[in-house]
Design a protein around this ligand. Structure first.
Ligand SMILES: [Zn+2]
Ligand SMILES: [Zn+2]
Length: 239
């Protein structure tokens, strides 16, 4: 969101930290201490799968690289829920800024070669009810910061299903990701930055990346605002 729009919004709805609720200046997204608590260090996760406990040994992934901003745990949950429940979108802006910094640092992600930034889709009826797709808020903010095109007309979700992080078994998760689809749009030689709010087992990002590659995308970077840290055993069972 641009600064004037944020200022107008702040006049009617005072800006608050989505985690602890303290008042913030208009340009701030989280208070300093909350930001410090939820940030996931850049070297604390695998840059291929996006997990703190690497899952690359369990499954070959359809996405090529991953970038993550925050840890998803009890500390982060209030900020993520505020975003999901359309109460406060600051977490999306905060995460997008961190993701952009990481994507632009060095040459690892070759960010300048990205053709499109896309969100993991949400079913249209759910999106209408909420007013937005939270992954879309993150993706749009990233597209504004990085000055790269945003597209939400390629991937779709065919039916409303339970959010991935609420499902525990591998079978449940696999069934849930089947509802993603892709329109007949050629992505020949395209490099895509795919965004989501929470990276759990990687099944959702993986399914969307598979679909993008079916349409001939050559490279997919999974960008997650947050990433969970499941116990080793749980992770093994999920693949
Ligand atoms: Zn705070
Ligand atoms: Zn890994």
């Amino acid at each position: 969101m641009n600064q004037p729009a944020r200022k107008i919004l702040n006049f009617f709805y005072p800006n608050r930290c989505p985690k602890c609720g303290v008042f913030l200046f208009p340009a701030e997204t989280l208070c300093e201490s909350c930001a410090e608590e939820i940030l996931l260090e850049q070297d604390a996760y695998c840059h291929t799968c996006g997990k703190t406990n690497c899952i690359c040994k369990y499954k070959s992934l359809a996405y090529d690289k991953a970038v993550v901003a925050c840890r998803y745990d009890r500390q982060t949950a209030p900020a993520v829920y505020a975003l999901k429940e359309a109460k406060n979108t600051n977490f999306a802006y905060f995460a997008a800024r961190i993701l952009a910094q990481r994507l632009l640092h060095g040459s690892y992600y070759e960010t300048e070669k990205i053709n499109y930034i896309m969100p993991v889709p949400m079913h249209i009826s759910k999106q209408r009810k909420r007013g937005y797709n939270q992954a879309g808020v993150i993706a749009k903010e990233l597209s504004e910061i990085l000055q790269l095109p945003y597209r939400d007309d390629v991937l779709y979700k065919s039916k409303s299903s339970i959010e991935q992080h609420k499902l525990h078994s591998a079978a449940e998760r696999e069934k849930n990701v089947e509802s993603f689809g892709i329109h007949d749009i050629s992505l020949e030689n395209c490099r895509i930055l795919l965004c989501d709010d929470v990276l759990t087992t990687g099944s959702t990002m993986n399914r969307c990346a598979e679909l993008l590659k079916q349409n001939h995308a050559v490279f997919v970077i999974a960008a997650a605002a947050s990433s969970t840290t499941p116990r080793e055993k749980e992770q093994e069972n999920n693949f």
